[in-house]
Write a protein that binds this ligand. Structure first.
Ligand code: FAD
Length: 641
């Protein structure tokens, strides 16, 4: 990818970033929860129950080939006194100290269910298994829990439920809607299982964890005008703010992006539109994905399950074709954990593994916006045992901007662009200066336009450019650059469009013709070329002050200076992995299932294929399969729907 005009040395930008670091750290907002989660013993609405919640303490499980050690000391506060863990029914001794963590991860142990990964899928699987009577061990490769889920919007798309004031959302509508956009890429049986299980999963999670959902009011489905679509929203459920103080020592052990600017740190405007804001400012509230993970973690800890961080699963152990355990590597060494009932792969996708990306994805994928731990470990472990694979060419695509010198954990960082391409007075063009997509449409299917393969010219739309004018920058800012901030060196700036074309390599005549036609059309509030502004979704991330949907996203590009920033295609995660049955059991290439092996979330073959129903379209199915797999692994039964 060609990215000119960038310089890492930029004092203005650095200052701006530093200032926004403080602002964005407000992702952890002080305030009190809008709804108090029920305490221990509160009424449960869980649809399925069997057995008592039973968690795993490594010190109490029968160890395999290792002598049982006495319990390690509880963590202490600065005063030396044991620190209370407010969300746990168990004594504080259940919360691990560094010493406990080291010794537990080196000891071989045996449990009913092992869960790998602590994103929304993994934590839901752990909760599902523990609540239904299994002893559970959870291993997380990163130093903190939560994965991509923790840095996400935390929204779950649950297409059929009865929480809307205007009546129940039907299974039939949800299925018609998903079919209308899937291009025949879905697993019909499993999609129906997803749609029918969603509401039960939400009830279960709310009954057994600190997570509370509310409808993200008005958030339209992503293709709301299709049959069964919801222009007025109702299917996207947002986690209510969660008070981190309830997590005790775990409050600082949830994955967070380095606090800085841009929509991957979720600015205040984005939070407000995700319904992730709080009115009261007196406690230690977190919102969005942090609230989802924190709430799930509270439930998992409450069930006595202590995730082990810095613990990477490297290999599945099998006996007679059945998976019976897993090899875990930590800084302290290697250990083997035996799983009596099953291992759940919830290790996310392979978006950070260049070899897997090149081997499987259908077109270019230039950068992931997730934390850099999802390297396809679960996929490789499953392949080694003959797993059948599905949805391997697909990702949760998103347009990205990459700023040279911008890194995360030493790797190049990508930032998704959403507000910037939706608000008035900006368009995206290719090298010929032509628009190639409705810039305000949902990010996932937009990848199709970047992946357009011209027989002569190759990927002619990739990379493209976002072109915007001085009014856009003055009014809205751009990707963390606030109105009035110095213009960073990674913008290409020019007094006229012809010069902008020369500087960027965009065909100047093509660009001039495109902008002139654009300005003519938007004066009449239409986009005859790509229909921008014609869908209810197009206005969602636009300028809220405008009276019409079209007005929220259409506006002329007519005021110098003009700016251009390269835009390309990336992903929030990948969708491919081992195929599963309705309970997350991994299928073998021979058509049978691999006994003892389960998968959930982005680690499994996504059931919705190319479809992306609405906000929450990845976490919704991920949590449903976490729930189903956890229950099946614990009980040997299937969640009835
Ligand atoms: C900025 C942003 C906003 C988003 N907003 C939304 C949204 O609002 N709604 C939505 O539906 N989707 C959203 N997404 C996408 C969504 O976050 C992910 O698709 C989803 O969270 C994936 O969940 P998961 O549990 O499958 O994987 P993850 O949350 O990525 O968790 C996988 C975990 O497995 C761990 N792991 C990996 N390998 C190993 C190993 N070998 N051993 C042990 N552990 C391992 C990883 O470290 C990680 O913690 C967003 C994504 C981003 C980046």
């Amino acid at each position: 990818m060609r990215i000119p005009f960038f310089s890492v040395a930029n004092g203005g930008l650095a200052t701006s970033i530093a200032r926004r670091s403080l602002e964005a750290s407000a992702r952890r907002i002080r305030g009190s929860p809008t709804r108090s989660p029920p305490g221990p013993g509160s009424e449960s609405t869980v649809p399925i129950r069997s057995g008592r919640p039973r968690g795993l303490d490594f010190e109490s499980v029968g160890s395999v080939g290792a002598p049982k050690r006495p319990p390690s000391p509880a963590p202490t506060s600065g005063s030396g006194a044991p620190e209370a863990h407010p969300c746990s029914r168990k004594e504080v001794a259940a919360v691990p100290s560094q010493q406990q963590e080291r010794s537990a991860s080196t000891a071989d142990a045996e449990v009913d269910v092992v869960v790998l990964g602590t994103g929304a899928a993994g934590l839901t699987a752990a909760l599902g298994a523990a609540v239904h009577g299994a002893s559970v061990a959870v291993f997380e490769k990163a130093a903190t829990v939560g994965g991509t889920s923790a840095v996400s919007g935390g929204i779950a798309w649950i297409p059929a439920h009865d929480r809307c004031a205007d009546g129940p959302l039907s299974v039939a509508d949800a299925l018609s809607y998903l079919h209308a956009q899937s291009l025949d890429s879905m697993d019909d049986e499993l999609v129906e299982v997803f749609v029918r299980t969603g509401a039960a999963m939400v009830d279960f999670v709310e009954a057994h964890s600190g997570v509370r959902f509310e409808i993200a009011d008005g958030f339209p489905d992503y293709k709301p005008e299709l049959p069964g679509g919801r222009p007025g929203g109702g299917r996207s459920l947002s986690p209510v703010a969660f008070d981190l103080a309830r997590l005790g020592v775990w409050r600082d052990r949830i994955t967070a992006f380095p606090a800085d600017w841009s929509n991957v740190g979720f600015d205040a405007e984005t939070r407000a539109r995700l319904h992730a804001t709080v009115a009261d400012e007196s406690a230690d509230l977190c919102v969005a994905g942090t609230a989802l993970v924190a709430g799930l973690l509270a439930g998992v800890l409450d069930a006595g399950v202590i995730p082990r961080t810095g613990a990477r699963a490297t290999e599945l152990i099998a006996e007679d074709g059945a998976v019976t355990g897993v090899r875990i590597v930590t800084a302290a060494g290697e250990s083997t954990i035996r799983a009596r009932s099953g291992v759940v792969l919830a290790t996310g996708g392979f978006e950070w593994d260049p070899t897997l990306i090149r081997s499987f994805l259908r077109g270019p994928m230039h950068g992931a916006v997730s934390p850099p731990n999802n390297t396809g470990d679960g996929l490789r472990m499953a392949m080694a045992h003959g797993a059948d694979l599905g949805t391997m060419s697909e990702a949760w695509w998103v347009p990205i901007v990459r700023i040279p010198g911008d890194t995360i954990e030493g790797k190049p960082r990508s930032r998704s662009v959403r507000l910037e391409r939706t608000r008035p007075r900006s368009i995206m063009v290719n090298r010929a200066g032509r628009r190639f997509v409705n810039e305000a449409s949902e990010y996932n299917s937009m990848a199709g336009a970047f992946h357009y393969l011209d027989p002569k010219g190759g990927y002619v739309n990739d990379p493209g450019w976002i072109v915007f004018d001085a009014v856009h920058l003055r009014r809205y800012g751009f990707l963390g650059i606030a109105p009035g901030d110095p213009v960073p060196e990674w913008f290409c700036e020019s007094a006229d469009l012809a010069e902008l074309g020369k500087k960027t390599g965009i065909d100047p005549d093509g660009l001039a013709a495109t902008v002139s036609a654009w300005n003519r059309h938007v004066a009449a509030e239409v986009d005859p070329d790509f229909g921008r502004g014609s869908s209810a979704y197009d206005g969602w991330w636009g300028d809220e002050r405008a009276a019409t949907v079209a007005g929220r996203t259409l506006g002329p590009i007519d005021t110098a200076p003009y700016y251009a920033v390269p835009v390309t295609v990336g992903a929030m995660g990948t969708k491919g992995g081992p195929r599963t049955d309705r309970d997350g059991r991994v299928r073998h290439v021979s058509g049978t299932v691999i006994p003892g092996l389960f998968a959930a979330g982005n680690a499994m073959a996504g059931v919705t294929g190319r479809a992306y129903g609405g906000a929450g379209g990845t976490i919704g199915p991920g949590m449903v399969w976490g729930f189903r797999a956890g229950y099946a692994a614990a009980t040997g039964k299937s969640v009835e729907i």
